[in-house]
Design a protein around this ligand. Sequence first.
Ligand code: G
Ligand code: G
Ligand code: MN
Ligand code: NA
Length: 254
Amino acid sequence: LALQTGLRAALDNGELLLHYQPQVDCRTGRIVGVEALLRWRHPDEGMISPAQFIPVAEETGLIVPIGEWVLRTACLQAIAWQRQGLAPMRTAVNLSARQFKDPQFARRVLEILRETGLDGQFLELEITESTLMDGLDSVNAVLHDFKRAGILISLDDFGTGYSSLSYLKRFPIDKLKIDQSFVHDLLTDVSDASLVRAVIAMARALRLIVIAEGVETPGQYEFLRADGCDELQGYHIARPMPAEQVASFVARYN
Ligand code: G
Ligand code: G
Ligand code: MN
Ligand code: NA
């Protein structure tokens, strides 16, 4: 309950902020995108992890206004980077299944794009397998609205949920994010290595972009690059960082 009232105040008092984690294109070695990750800087408790407060936000429905704030903030930041002359990058925003239950959701997303002036091609929206299981027809309609606006749709935490492969055919998915739990022991666990290889091969066959998350070592980076993974994200490249650090990081890295 304390978390719940605190969270409502957090949105009004400007205690929420976004950090951004770079994503690298394996072929060029350049940063081609960032994932926006929500943070709550609580006045007394310090930083609270989204793993703690997102579930509360989902239960209370606060995820709807919070999600809109995240999207608008990420779009405005993307525009600001473009105005600074940064090479165009895609910005990825995480969505909760709960947001799709709001009948105004698609309209609000498209309005935010229009209001901020960001071209849809520079926005990526991350959904999870549970979102696909949840709503089916209505989720599919919303995803198609996003596609028409040029937005890229990615499937987050791929392989950890209960998704069926038929979802990849039924829904307009552009990108698979291989969950970090498969990447962690990639070099020592034979079945993890096989799973990752199989997902990369499947993504290629289905013409999906494939990104691996949680890349922490040069060995993992090299394995994934050599195996044909398109993009990489993880502490080996960079930890999530405040918006102010992104431009100089990208300039140094690229
Ligand atoms: O950044 P971190 O690893 O602490 O994130 C923990 C979890 O919170 C991840 O599952 C991530 O997808 C989720 N998350 C981070 N930011 C957002 C957000 O803006 N919206 C939603 N729905 N989930 C988020
Ligand atoms: O569920 P989602 O994939 O959106 O969550 C991403 C989470 O993983 C974020 O909380 C982010 O901080 C975390 N993360 C990003 N890169 C790494 C990494 O290389 N190692 C670990 N352990 N966590 C990471
Ligand atoms: Mn994510
Ligand atoms: Na993930």
